[in-house]
Design a protein around this ligand. Structure first.
Ligand SMILES: Cc1cc2nc3c(=O)[nH]c(=O)nc-3n(C[C@H](O)[C@H](O)[C@H](O)COP(=O)(O)OP(=O)(O)OC[C@H]3O[C@@H](n4cnc5c(N)ncnc54)[C@H](O)[C@@H]3O)c2cc1C
Length: 371
């Protein structure tokens, strides 16, 4: 594995992972022991291990309209609908799983070129100022999209949502009881994800780039008041906020996940709007499916090509439905048309009262369209 990052992860983001992703990480040896217990032994010392917060229910509503839907872990038939954790902790857990499985990882290796050869592909990279290259039967591009331009057979399709996400940590005077919130507003969704501290949430506020810039500049009290007005009081009174950062939002897909001996997975293959927190979950499903297909393939170029074709065919339904579902939510809920508000409210109310609709939605969020 060639990884540009040198040392431990410094990602400051928080992620919500579905129960299905927890199962994948478990199978890959990256959940236990990192997230299974809060205490462990490291280098002979008792240390606190990274923590995760469970999501037991998700409250969905729309601003300025009626209707709301609450999805619970009982609807999903699982101990938790999802888990809120730090991206850096997750990357550390994955790094440790790679060590445990004796995978060779070249750190500080920045890939600069990918060239197709008759029997595979050649990857050029620079590591600590030294130019290197490696040949492989199959190249898996999982770099978030940084090198997509180096694979001419794959074209990139982008849609700019003209929205920016503000992320932060916000404190409430009311315990969260493991409930997450998704509130659809005309300017974009706002979400709260429960953290390990019972009064603390990870916050996502989507709006225009200009509005987000303005919100970042507000002092703490001003920001809490603005978010209170935007979100309402269902999660209590907001008292403090920290770590405000912003990300511009785009939908990016590729013409094909496979080109010759190169396969593109995760955000390199599809970068989604964070509205339903699906991006990393979808990428994990890509990775597990590909690993399964390649592990049953004998090591020759022809067999590898067949495995990649099978991979592309088996992932297309889950990927296209997840991209379509996320895009549908953004288009349907990010506007203030009165004609849309009524069917939206009816939709939310129906999901709320119909157990089979709640179960179907929970299943989609937990496992995608792959089961
Ligand atoms: C605001 C926001 C909130 C989100 N919230 C959620 C959420 O709650 N739940 C969820 O499931 N998803 C969420 N997502 C999506 C999620 O962040 C992405 O889907 C996920 O980070 C993609 O992982 P990845 O490994 O494919 O790519 P990345 O996380 O981009 O990782 C790419 C890796 O490739 C390495 N790399 C890059 N370039 C090179 C190079 N040239 N050479 C070698 N290595 C290289 C990097 O060092 C890195 O390790 C959110 C996204 C945004 C923008």
């Amino acid at each position: 594995m060639l990884e540009a990052r040198e040392g431990i992860s410094r990602e400051s983001r928080t992620l919500a992972l579905s129960y299905g992703s927890r199962e994948i990480l478990d199978r890959a040896g990256a959940w236990q022991p990192a997230f299974g217990t809060h205490w462990g032994i490291h280098a002979g010392m008792r240390v606190e291990l990274p923590k995760v917060a469970e999501i037991h229910s998700i409250h969905n509503s729309q601003k300025g309209g009626f209707g709301r839907a609450v999805i619970t872990r009982e609807d999903g038939g699982v101990p938790a609908l999802g888990y809120v954790l730090s991206y850096a902790d997750l990357q550390t857990a994955l790094d440790q799983a790679l060590i445990a499985k004796a995978v060779t990882v070249e750190r500080g290796a920045i890939v600069s070129d990918i060239t197709e050869t008759a029997s595979g592909a050649q990857v050029s990279y620079t590591q600590h100022g030294i130019k290197c290259s490696v040949a492989a039967d199959v190249v898996v591009l999982a770099d978030g999209g940084a090198n997509l331009g180096k694979v001419p057979a794959i074209s990139v399709i982008e849609k700019d949502y003209a929205q920016t996400a503000l992320l932060g940590q916000i404190q409430s005077d009311t315990p969260h009881s493991h409930r997450a919130y998704e509130r659809f507003t005309p300017e974009g969704p706002a979400a709260l994800l429960p953290k390990c501290d019972a009064h603390s949430y990870s916050l996502v506020w989507v709006a225009s780039a200009e509005k987000i810039e303005h919100l970042k500049m507000l002092d703490e009290a001003g920001f809490c008041a603005a978010f209170q007005a935007h979100f309402g009081f269902r999660a209590g009174r907001f008292l403090a906020v920290k770590d405000r950062r912003s990300y511009p939002l785009k939908l990016r897909t590729v013409s094909s996940a496979v080109a010759g001996h190169v396969v593109v997975i995760g955000n390199a293959a599809q970068a989604l709007h964070p509205v339903a927190g699906q991006g990393f979950n979808l990428g994990l499903r890509d990775a597990e499916e590909l690993a399964g297909m390649l592990s049953t393939t004998v090591a020759n170029a022809h067999a590898a090509s067949t495995a990649l074709e099978n991979y592309a065919a088996s992932r297309s339904k889950d990927v296209s439905r997840s991209v379509g579902f996320t895009d549908f939510l953004v288009r349907t809920f990010s506007n203030d048309h009165a004609l849309n508000r009524i069917p939206r409210g009816v939709g939310l109310a129906l999901v709320d009262i119909l157990p089979f609709a709640r179960k179907a939605l929970a299943h989609r969020m937990l496992f995608g369209a792959s089961r």
